[in-house]
Design a protein around this ligand. Structure first.
Ligand SMILES: *Cc1c(COP(=O)(O)O)cnc(C)c1O
Length: 410
């Protein structure tokens, strides 16, 4: 079935409950094909997915907002001096985030490389050119053992070595003349459960006592919007967030902000300079403008209203699906700090609805339109925050079809 046909058949469906279609429909953008642009998905045979899960890089992150696309398009027809652009956008972002300095990077991963490089080299041109093969002893970055994660390869890329510590006392003892930085993985609790052995405040205090820059990776940690201000206030010297997750900027962009001298050094380690480690981490002009537009839009947004929109979507989908015998929906919000957004957890009695969550997930992914939803056991986790306005009813309808097809006679 073509998308348009799906829409046509869906428009015949009654909307259940007090949620009207209109409230679900804001403020998400229209698909490309509606604007008379050739459909390149179709031309190349690339599958367009509906993301009823969370922001995932393999699934192209998130969808850029119309105002981000406007920023990209409106800045594409003139040249800009990239040093000037990065300086001016950075100054503006610093003002918006109430910190000393900021820059746009190639995602949070790029920010981790550049921030670490900055802590190693400062403004020393010779060191910048030599990185990652510096003279002298190997530089050291301190991390909590339980904070080790996939993205710490970005630290190792600079030539530094990660020194693991398990508590505050060990951290104090680990710091020596080769220590260049300490990294805090903000989402560790979300990934691994448990608690941070060294909490934010204590971590920052130890770094300050030893005059070591502290860096917090909070890549996926908005919402809530307050987190964009929280960590610089706590005293972290460097903070990064992804641009292409819930801020909904370009997927290849991110934010690095904090202490002015370190941001200056990070810029020296970055493109458009020709030799530094950051040269392959180029962010193009339009994406820098786009990142700025996305942040501006994110800060200006009515976050309560957006949260309510998500809840309305959940209510709508839940009402559609609870018409199936034994199917129950529940609104869940992860404790955070990562991915703090409401979602719908669907469960059912596998004796009545004879299918596993994983099978539902596979069928939806293979269907048309292709939908990504996480499933396990007798449950399905339906994410609603990345759906386009017109996709809410499609998701409800498709999940309903798959569950109903597995329905056994009572
Ligand atoms: C997503 C993520 C990154 C990488 O961010 P990009 O913007 O994709 O480069 C780094 N750290 C954490 C914790 C993340 O969740």
């Amino acid at each position: 079935m073509k998308r348009r046909d799906v829409l046509k058949s869906l428009s015949l469906l009654p909307l259940v409950g007090t949620v009207e279609a209109k409230s679900i429909m804001k403020p998400f953008s229209a698909p490309a094909e509606a604007n008379g642009v050739p459909n390149l998905f179709e031309e190349l045979g690339v599958t367009p997915y509906i993301n009823a899960s969370a922001t995932m890089t393999f699934l192209s992150g998130s969808l850029m907002l119309p105002e981000v696309m406007a920023a990209i398009n409106s800045t594409a027809s003139d040249f800009a001096n990239m040093y000037e652009l990065q300086d001016k956008v950075g100054a503006k972002i610093a003002e918006m985030l109430k910190c000393e300095a900021a820059m746009v990077t190639s995602g949070a991963a790029g920010a981790l490389v550049l921030g670490t490089a900055a802590c190693i080299t400062g403004m020393d041109r010779k060191k910048i050119k030599m990185l990652p093969q510096l003279e002298g002893p190997q530089r050291e970055v301190i991390m909590q053992k339980k904070h080790r994660y996939a993205f710490d390869q970005t630290i190792i890329m600079t030539g530094a070595k990660i020194v693991e510590v398990e508590n505050a006392e060990e951290m104090e003892r680990a710091i020596n003349e080769n220590t260049v930085m300490a990294l805090f993985f903000n989402g560790a609790i979300s990934w691994y459960g448990g608690e941070d052995a060294i909490k934010h405040e204590e971590f920052v205090a130890i770094c300050k006592r030893h005059n070591i820059p502290s860096f917090v990776d909070a890549a996926a940690d908005v919402p809530p919007v307050e987190n964009l201000f929280k960590y610089q206030k706590m005293g972290f010297d460097l903070v990064t967030f992804s641009g292409g997750k819930m801020i909904r900027g370009p997927q290849s962009a991110g934010l690095l902000f904090g202490r002015k001298d370190l941001i200056e050094a990070a810029k020296q380690n970055n493109s458009p300079h020709e030799s530094p480690i950051g040269r392959p981490m180029k962010v193009n002009k339009e994406e820098i403008f786009g990142m700025y537009a996305a942040l501006k839009s994110y800060l200006a947004r009515d976050h309560k209203k957006e949260w309510q929109l998500w809840l309305d979507r959940i209510t709508y989908i839940q009402n559609q699906l609870e018409t199936i015998p034994t199917v129950k929906g529940e609104t869940t919000v992860p404790e955070g700090p990562a991915n703090v957004m409401p979602g719908l957890q669907l469960t059912w009695d596998e004796k009545r609805v004879k299918i596993t969550g994983d099978e539902v997930s596979k069928q939806l992914e293979a269907g048309k339109p292709a939908i990504i939803i996480r499933g396990q056991g007798n449950s399905l986790s339906v994410g609603v925050t990345l759906l386009r306005d017109d996709q809410v009813a499609i998701v409800a309808q498709r999940v309903k079809e798959v569950l109903e097809s597995a329905l056994q006679k009572a």
